[in-house]
Write a protein that binds this ligand. Structure first.
Ligand code: NAP
Length: 503
């Protein structure tokens, strides 16, 4: 906990100490003794939340209050008292025990947002605190917006110090966006998340630059389900940072497109990326669409135009075309596409428009046939591939993607081509690319495609040239980091198997 405090202080001078996460009363006493002797220059909030209030402290109310009083003496200027304890403790007792500390009375709803927020806030106020806080699980952006609007209205009407915290992964972007309003704060764990949907302090500071957000900050994001794995926030935020654009790009976990579309106006979203599974379903919410995106039948980029009108593009094919064009002439080239899903569609239409002769091979022949027909191309059975020669082979299936890194859609003897392009970017070097490189064939990784589709999005939204080098570097760094973690996990799993075998 002391290490976390020191790390936290490097990023913020406003920290909460979750004393209830320490093991027992003895540990709390030891920690507070050290705090009293060091007295860091910061505004500290002491919390020792009991199990009844959603915390981890199992002691009595009396012990809890004694720990909080010790914390105030040790240098904390605030303490957070959950409504369960606050309403059971007479105000006079709190005044005598904790005369110096400023009290934040809080209420937590881990299951769902309560129907009557007014009543909850009134109950919190009845304990005569210096500030109140309501944290509630929000399963939609509509619920988050309701909570935030309530917080603003209550602060305006009744008192200045009202804090509301939407919890849950769907609500994650709104947690950050409340920071656009001056005076608000938000919880960010240094190491261990204490509630779902929290953003780590490191990401708050370095990825989303939470301390720089203000009312003029433009909002962009990526919608998908799941979304936690997306590297787009790293790439797009690096672009904004490099060009000093006052904008932030956030991950939106979207189960329900209607809920997201309704939140575009209230959250002031200017544009967004679209990923699986919404690339096709977003079309019916758009007011207009680029003709090629319409032909592909999928949109990965949306810009919000004046009057809130949504206009869609597809930049997935841009990356492939840019990478291939710089390596070979596209008109009349023979290009084989493996797979007939979303990425294959974007690539096939893009290549056909550039004059390539497209061949499609997929495990379901009817899907390959439909795509070939729509793009004026041909189909080819997987088993005949080894007798054919292509200028380029492009993998648009997920075969070889993490965690199945030992798989390849084709064997080495089937790689009769000048160039192999894998759309997969995690890992950067797939088994397919390794096989091709071993045979002296030129290879291109999905990172090129990912960066190109992302920089094209950035340019659509901002109207400026994208800082490609900075954006690519952010992606490479994030991938290196994730590959490191994956290696460590594999290593740990192997060691686990070995030790189990010994037993
Ligand atoms: P998708 O719409 O689900 O299509 C996947 C295609 O792969 C389908 O044709 C599917 O066949 C086929 N497939 C799946 N598993 C297979 C297997 N074991 N053997 C043979 N074929 C298989 O997915 P998508 O959006 O097109 O994505 C495909 C790949 O492109 C993913 O690896 C993704 O990471 C990559 N991608 C990369 C970028 C980038 O920027 N680098 C952008 C978009 C996509 P069925 O129809 O029979 O299931």
């Amino acid at each position: 906990m002391w290490r976390q405090l020191e790390r936290g202080l490097c990023a913020s001078r406003f920290l909460e100490l979750r004393l209830d996460w320490l093991a027992d009363d003895r540990e709390i006493a030891v920690f507070l003794k050290k705090l009293a002797s060091k007295r860091p220059k910061a505004t500290l909030i002491a919390t020792c939340r009991r199990v009844e209030g959603g915390g981890k402290y199992r002691g009595t109310v009396a012990k809890q209050l004694i720990h909080l009083a010790d914390a105030i003496r040790a240098g904390c200027s605030w303490y957070d008292l959950e409504i369960e304890t606050a309403s059971a403790s007479p105000a006079e007792l709190l005044r005598v025990l904790l005369p110096e500390g400023r009290r934040l009375t809080s209420a937590h709803f881990f299951e769902r947002i309560p129907a009557n927020l007014e009543r909850i806030a009134a109950n919190l106020e009845r304990t005569r605190p210096a500030a109140i806080k309501i944290a509630a699980q929000c399963d939609s952006l509509a619920e988050s917006l309701k909570l935030l609007a309530f917080g603003e209205a209550w602060a305006r009407k009744r008192r200045q110090d009202t804090v509301v915290m939407p919890m849950g992964e769907v609500a994650l972007p709104t947690r950050l966006l409340t920071l656009r309003e001056s005076g608000n704060f938000m919880y960010a764990p240094v190491e261990n998340a204490t509630a779902p949907g929290q953003i780590s302090l490191d990401a708050m500071k370095n990825l989303y630059r939470a301390d720089k957000l203000n009312r003029k900050t433009q909002v962009y994001g990526v919608i998908g389900d799941p979304i936690g794995h997306s590297l787009s926030p790293q790439m797009q935020n690096a672009g904004f940072q490099a060009r000093r654009v006052n904008a932030v790009y956030l991950p939106f976990l979207v189960h329900d497109l209607r809920d997201f579309v309704d939140a575009i106006g209230p959250l002031g979203i200017r544009g967004f990326s679209v990923t699986i599974p919404h690339k096709e379903s977003i079309l019916k919410y758009l007011d207009g669409c680029d003709p090629l995106a319409e032909a592909i039948g999928a949109v990965n980029t949306v810009i919000v135009r004046s009057g809130g009108k949504l206009y869609g593009y597809n930049t997935d094919y841009v990356g492939i075309l840019r990478s291939l064009e710089s390596r070979m002439p596209l008109p009349n080239s023979r290009v084989l596409i493996l797979g007939a899903g979303g990425a294959a569609h974007a690539v096939a239409f893009g290549l056909a428009q550039a004059g390539s002769c497209v061949y499609v091979s997929s495990r379901r022949p009817e899907k390959a046939k439909a795509l070939a027909k729509a793009t004026g191309g041909h189909t080819i059975a997987w088993k005949h591939l080894r007798h054919e020669f292509f200028d380029a082979i492009l993998n648009a299936t997920p075969v070889g993607m993490y965690p199945n890194v030992d798989q390849s859609p084709l064997e080495a003897r089937e790689l009769n081509c000048r160039l192999v392009f894998d759309t997969i970017y995690n890992p950067r070097q797939t088994k397919l690319l390794k096989l091709a490189a071993r045979r002296g064939i030129e290879t291109v990784s999905g990172v090129d495609m990912f960066v190109a589709q992302g920089t094209a999005q950035w340019e659509i939204w901002t109207g400026q040239r994208a800082p490609v080098v900075a954006m690519r570097k952010a992606v490479e760094n994030a991938l290196k980091e994730s590959e490191k973690k994956q290696r460590a996990t594999r290593h740990q799993a192997k060691r686990g198997t070995k030790s189990r075998t010994k037993i």
